[in-house]
Design a protein around this ligand. Structure first.
Ligand code: CP
Length: 326
């Protein structure tokens, strides 16, 4: 068990080794049990987390804030537009100064080509851990919660289980590629055979694809890319179908929307779930475009685990905070 995570940043999914992620999961399940039993667990008494948001959130804000309080500490919600960032506070000022006030700095910044760099520069300047609440490349805490949920539903031995990470149509906005990228990086390390499905314009970053293939090879799991959602979901154990923007093709919202609109039939519906295994689970990080990205029948139906998945954000994040911010 690798327990020395004190002071470590979590920005990309591979920042923690597989053994370290196993430690996180073990602590997360223990914290979930303690919360269910009403056992106090103030491992971070008097500690304070800065939560710096450049983009909106429901689950991430709520779960980090509640999590810090349950650990005996406090989380400060800071919207970037209410700070002096636009008046000259650079990443260096934010890392140096917040690193002196706070015991950890969590940041959400999903702007294409800006967010990940911002987090890394703050981390360079900060004496305390920097936690990625989602950047344009990665959403590591979502994937830790997803992994917890998969283990709860499918057991600890995930070898030869088929996980489909599929693009789905959405009309609301061009969603980041961070969730599918983080999924294909982390899941092969836990034995899952990953099938990535998307229309041709929705490719993920080549360097992430190379890393995902390398992880699959290292851990002896399957990794396949297809361009047909029906073909992908056939006999799947896990269907993780969500939208992302064609950001490697264009970052222009109007141009991207025109491309997305060509693929309205990429919806997670009852017919597609009928192609998966009878005991398959449907996953989505939320928010979803209901009846566009996924039907009510699927998201509210017997295969769906989306609310357990959202709950597990709380436990997974508390585990990482307790291990890194001690
Ligand atoms: N899944 C997720 O990160 O949700 P929020 O955008 O609401 O935080």
């Amino acid at each position: 068990m690798q327990t020395d995570l004190r002071g470590r940043d979590l920005i990309g999914d591979l920042d923690f080794t597989r053994e370290e992620v196993e430690t996180v999961l073990e602590v997360a399940f223990d914290l979930k049990r303690k919360r269910a039993l009403g056992e106090p667990h103030p491992y971070l008494r008097d500690k304070v987390l800065a939560m710096l948001f450049f983009f909106s959130s429901t689950r991430t804000r709520g779960s980090f804030e509640a999590g810090m309080a349950q650990l005996g500490g406090h989380a400060a919600f800071i919207e970037s537009r209410t700070t002096q960032i636009s008046h000259g506070d650079t990443e260096k000022e934010m890392g140096e100064i917040f690193g002196r006030y706070f015991d950890g700095i969590a940041i959400r910044h999903v702007d294409w080509g800006i967010g990940n760099r911002y987090l890394n520069l703050v981390a360079e300047a900060s004496r305390e851990p920097v936690l990625n609440m989602q950047c344009e490349f990665y959403h590591p805490f979502q994937i830790l919660a997803d992994l917890m949920t998969i283990i709860e539903k499918k057991g600890r031995d995930l070898r030869r289980k088929k996980m489909v990470v599929s693009w789905a149509y959405a009309s609301s906005y061009l969603k980041p590629v961070s969730v599918p990228q983080s999924l294909i990086l982390q899941m092969p390390r836990f034995g899952l055979d990953v099938v990535l499905a998307h229309p041709p314009e929705f490719k993920l970053m080549p360097e992430i694809m190379d890393q995902a293939k390398a992880q699959a090879k290292k851990f002896g799991t399957g990794f396949e890319v297809v361009d047909d959602m029906n073909e992908a979901v056939k006999d799947a154990d896990i269907v993780y179908a969500k939208s992302w923007g064609p950001l490697l093709t264009t970052t222009d919202p109007e141009g991207g929307k025109k491309i997305q609109d060509k693929y309205k039939d990429w919806i997670a519906d009852e017919k597609k779930m009928g192609l998966a295994k009878a005991d398959s689970i449907y996953m989505h990080p939320l928010p979803a475009d209901r009846n566009i990205e996924v039907t009510d029948g699927v998201i509210d139906g017997p295969h769906s685990v989306v609310f357990d998945e959202a709950e597990n954000r709380l436990h997974a994040q508390k585990a990482v905070m307790a291990l890194t911010m001690r």
